[in-house]
Design a protein around this ligand. Structure first.
Ligand SMILES: [Zn+2]
Length: 94
């Protein structure tokens, strides 16, 4: 698929994607996985862990929720925040 930057967000494409996205956001406590800002699924942005232009799939297992500033700051880097989310989150609350 062409990466022209104007394609619909993952969760706008169909109902199944939307359900997957909402479940993913709930899994990460409705927060940005980088800075923990609580936003909810409508305001969090879809970040492809492996960017689509590097061959990453537009699929839920390649997606993490980021807030706008974190997504903009990440730009084209490949940073997977998902693995240690719970660990970082529990440290933050101590
Ligand atoms: Zn953030």
């Amino acid at each position: 698929m062409a990466s022209n930057g104007i394609s619909k967000p993952f969760y706008m494409k169909n109902l199944r994607n939307r359900e997957q996205w909402i479940a993913l956001v709930a899994l990460y406590r409705h927060r940005c996985v980088s800075c923990f800002k609580r936003l909810g699924w409508r305001k969090l942005t879809v970040d492809h862990v492996v960017p689509e232009h590097l061959g990453g799939a537009d699929a839920i297992d390649n997606i993490q929720p980021l807030c706008n500033p974190c997504n903009a700051g990440k730009f084209r880097k490949t940073t997977d925040y998902r693995g240690d989310f719970e660990k970082r989150w529990s440290m933050l609350r101590k």
